[in-house]
Design a protein around this ligand. Sequence first.
Ligand code: CTP
Ligand code: MG
Length: 458
Amino acid sequence: MLKKNTVQKRMNIYNKVIKKITPTKKDLDNEKKIVEQIKEKIQKIEGEHSHIEWCGSSARNTHLKGDRDIDLFLMFDEKMSDQQLEKEGLKIGKHIFRGKKWEKAYSQHPYIRGNLNGFDIEIVPSYIVKNGSNKKSAVDRTPFHNKYLLKNLKTSQKKEVRLLKQFLKGIGAYGADLKNCSLPGYGVELLILYYKNFDNFLKNACNWKKQEIIKFNNKKTKVKFDNSLIIIDPVDSNRNVASALSTQQFEKMILATQIFQKNPNIKFFFPKKIKLWKKEKVKKMLEKKELIAIYAKFPTKELSDLVWGQLRRFLKKISNHLKEKDFLVLRETLWSDEKEIFFILQVENLILQKSKKIIGPKAIDSENVKRFLENKKKLISGPRIENERVIIEIEREENKADKIIKKFIKNNKKTERKAIKKMLRKTIVIGEKELLEKYKGKFAEFFSKYLEGKEMFQ
Ligand code: CTP
Ligand code: MG
């Protein structure tokens, strides 16, 4: 009886969610209309292009309501040179948006992205190749993704795709930008293709193991990826569609499916907005923790995906450096709205003793004791014997986390990779007082969530 109730409860939730996330007929008609208009316009332009292919989720009717993105692929003969493809692509893109808002965007090739009738439209130049693994540029696979899904995904599965997209969006694990370490829309569609529907996805994903493999036609493919989730691209077996999904995000997906099945709730799909913490409450919480933050400005002239990768690497480097210097790092986080950047580290003690105790070999092991005591110049206590071992205390060069981080940044200014090198020149270390001063706007929203410290679906 109880089981039946949960099934019913789940179905009710699904129905409610589907109503909210399905584009209306009018939405779909408007999309079609604008694509037709662009196609007509492009046919009239003289140039080297062949035709337009509508790709991405809007072409397959698997997008979420309110998603105003339309991906149009401008197809060129594969014999054309990269330079010419780029030139022709930009020329036609600019022509389409003449008199409207547009900008140059960057993927493997630069392309034009603009706005028409409220839609964000990308005109991406791409080569006509024989199959996805024969690509000349990374985007050449996309038309094959489109064909594959149009052929294999059933109409009844489109709502299942939307459900899973919204579920992952709710728990914060959906999206193609590298900053989210999430699963791109195409990966979501493949999961539904594989598991047939959302309910069956839940049943399986809650038992996923590390390095879970999802394969389609390429059953014999040797898997050479070491990501937590491996979805072999059915149009190119050399690619893992889930390569950007971090282990933490993968684990969150599993946890969410487990909890949702036990206790279904619409808040998995539409999490309640977290209440902003009052400054006073933040201050009280900061008295209970030792936090240190590094504050910087987001580099504007670099590819944002590249910057995100470098920032994440840099956070890991700082955290490892602190650990090497004997600090116990309890939590490390990076936040940015692509304007400001905060690296936040919670450390057991921000100031260590000036004296560092080193436990040496057994006192009886004279050979090793001799070696151990050589070159230990800054002895401030010892050697003595404790519990059969030789103990010494030496003086730490530096015992304050903020000073150590400052020095680390200074040393890395010269050697860091290009994307964040310049940024490091103006990067500063801030303590709790300055963190409180900067507690406003989007950062305050994030920081409230951070201090709350729990998954949003719980
Ligand atoms: N694509 C891909 N891998 C990514 C991002 C994009 O292969 N990491 C390709 C896919 O073919 C995808 C297309 O580019 O269909 C468009 O990308 P995007 O808009 O990010 O995804 P959609 O499939 O349109 O899904 P969504 O509903 O999330 O927009
Ligand atoms: Mg899209």
